[in-house]
Design a protein around this ligand. Structure first.
Ligand SMILES: [Zn+2]
Length: 134
């Protein structure tokens, strides 16, 4: 993937910007240019859609031996979260103990920097989730 496109996608992910098909209403994140359901009918018919940033835990696990970049965070909880728009994201679940986590728990998401700049100048981003009451 060419670098400029890589950075544009990082920015979209950072802001939680996906796309919505005006034909069928389906939301995609990361954004798509064409709706796989509507195909030709969706062409030129996709609009930007910003995720609300809230969702619920689908499944989760505790990681005791993380990749060395995440050593400081060990142990941490890795969760798959279904956002209210129906898209699924994977990230770190924070501000909660493992035995307090349950499927269906409401969480809010934010994007954050996980890794440092590599010799190639890339920074790694990931999602962070924390419980909310709503
Ligand atoms: Zn569609």
């Amino acid at each position: 993937m060419p670098i400029p496109r890589f950075w544009r996608e990082i920015e979209q992910r950072y802001k939680g910007i996906g796309s919505r098909c005006k034909n069928c209403g389906e939301i995609y994140f990361p954004p798509r240019k064409v709706c796989p359901e509507c195909r030709r009918e969706s062409f030129q018919n996709m609009e930007e859609y910003e995720l609300e940033g809230t969702g619920e835990v689908v499944t989760y696990t505790e990681i005791h031996e993380p990749h060395q970049e995440f050593e400081m965070l060990s142990p941490y909880i890795l969760a798959i979260v279904e956002m209210d728009e129906g898209v699924r994201l994977t990230g770190h679940l924070v501000n909660v103990d493992y035995d307090e986590v349950e499927s269906g728990m409401r969480v809010e998401a934010s994007m954050r920097k996980l890794g440092e700049e590599s010799p190639k100048g890339l920074i790694y981003y990931g999602y962070k989730f924390w419980p909310i009451d709503d």
